[in-house]
Design a protein around this ligand. Structure first.
Ligand code: UFG
Length: 323
């Protein structure tokens, strides 16, 4: 297949581009490099374009496209509260521009990068696809709006789509030179490893009074290559079945911030300078996925399930960090 990877210079997008290439697909990466990294574009051809500038999108469809994977998004929860217009503009209007370009060019399959943030505060220990969707910030709301648009597009235009709701994407592909790097970096594992290396400030642990095993927040860390694999499986599903699909992707096991810190210490063999800090706004205490639907329908079977091996891949990339 020829796959258009929108946002393929970003963290999950670059790993999806790698996985698609390894699976024998031909890819085109579309990116505007607002947050993506040029050195992360290592596979396929590149079209520099912007989903907020519809006139730039045609170039990406010059060669017939069989399916689109869409990763272009603003994705910082805190920033979304401060700048909601930017989030609705980029994540909703930008996606509509892309969907219209797909329609014009007769492209009928989309894998959409969604998030656990569509669920808001969990009301059950494991979050499955039927869990109430009540986002508590503009980022989650913007992604949920797109999920709704895709359901409507399935009915109106027969668009086939799969929304993949990532829990906490983590890890890297160090042997391929790609990993996680955001500016500013807000994510836990990169911040732990940068503190270990001395390339970042001491780690701040946000909150110690949550109702969890040790008072710090619990998250479900899932390796980015396992997420990438789910995208390929979603393409397979859409070859057989029409409609709009959605899957929650996590390992089904939660780790606290302190457990991640300890795993980072063990993997790196270094002390990690850290301080206790106040809670961060908008952080639910626990977010853990039930991915049984992905396992049964997509046959998704994550292979990098140990927290230490996830952190180890990130550690090896951070040590040789190329961008
Ligand atoms: N944390 C720290 N110190 C840091 C960074 C994070 O203590 O320097 C804590 C956070 O407070 C949180 C946990 O580590 O409890 C994980 O934080 P991340 O920022 O790594 O990830 P989030 O769980 O906040 O974000 C993820 C996805 C988002 C999604 C969100 C839903 O990355 O896309 O879950 O809440 F929106």
């Amino acid at each position: 297949m020829h796959i258009l990877v929108c946002g393929g210079a970003g963290y999950v997008g670059a790993h999806a581009a790698l996985a698609a290439t390894r699976a024998g697909h031909d890819i085109t990466v579309l990116d505007n490099f607002s947050t993506g990294h040029r050195p992360a574009v290592r596979w396929g051809r590149l079209v520099e374009a912007d989903i907020l500038k519809p006139e730039t999108l045609d170039a990406a469809f010059e060669r017939p496209v069989d399916a689109v994977m869409h990763f272009c998004a603003r994705s910082l929860v805190g920033e979304s509260v401060q700048e909601p217009y930017a989030y609705y503009e980029n994540n909703v209007m930008g996606t509509l521009n892309l969907l219209q370009a797909m329609r014009q060019h007769d492209v009928g399959k989309l894998v959409f990068s969604s998030t656990a943030a569509i669920f808001g505060n969990p009301v059950s220990a494991l979050i499955d696809e039927d869990h109430p969707k009540a986002p508590i910030n503009p980022y989650g709301a913007s992604k949920l709006m797109v999920e709704r648009i895709l359901a409507d597009a399935a009915s109106a235009y027969g668009l086939r789509s799969t929304c993949l709701r990532y829990f906490n994407a983590a890890g890297a592909a160090p042997e391929e030179g790609i990993g996680e790097s955001h500016q500013p970096e807000t994510h836990l594992i990169p911040n732990v490893l940068r503190a270990a290396l001395g390339t970042g400030p001491e780690l701040r642990i946000f909150g110690d009074d949550y109702d969890t095993v040790d008072g710090t927040c619990v998250r479900d860390y899932v390796h980015v290559l396992d997420l990438a694999d789910a995208h390929l499986r979603a393409l397979g599903l859409m070859s057989d079945v029409d409609g709009a699909h959605a899957f929650n992707l996590g390992n089904g096991q939660g780790f606290s911030v302190r457990q991640v810190l300890e795993a980072g210490r063990q993997v790196s063999g270094r002390e990690i300078p850290h301080v206790q800090a106040a809670r961060r706004d908008g952080d639910p205490a626990v977010l853990v996925a039930s991915s049984s639907k992905a396992r049964s329908v997509l046959g998704w079977n994550p292979v990098h399930t140990q927290l230490e091996s996830i952190i180890d891949s990130a550690w090896r990339w951070h040590q040789a960090q190329a961008y």
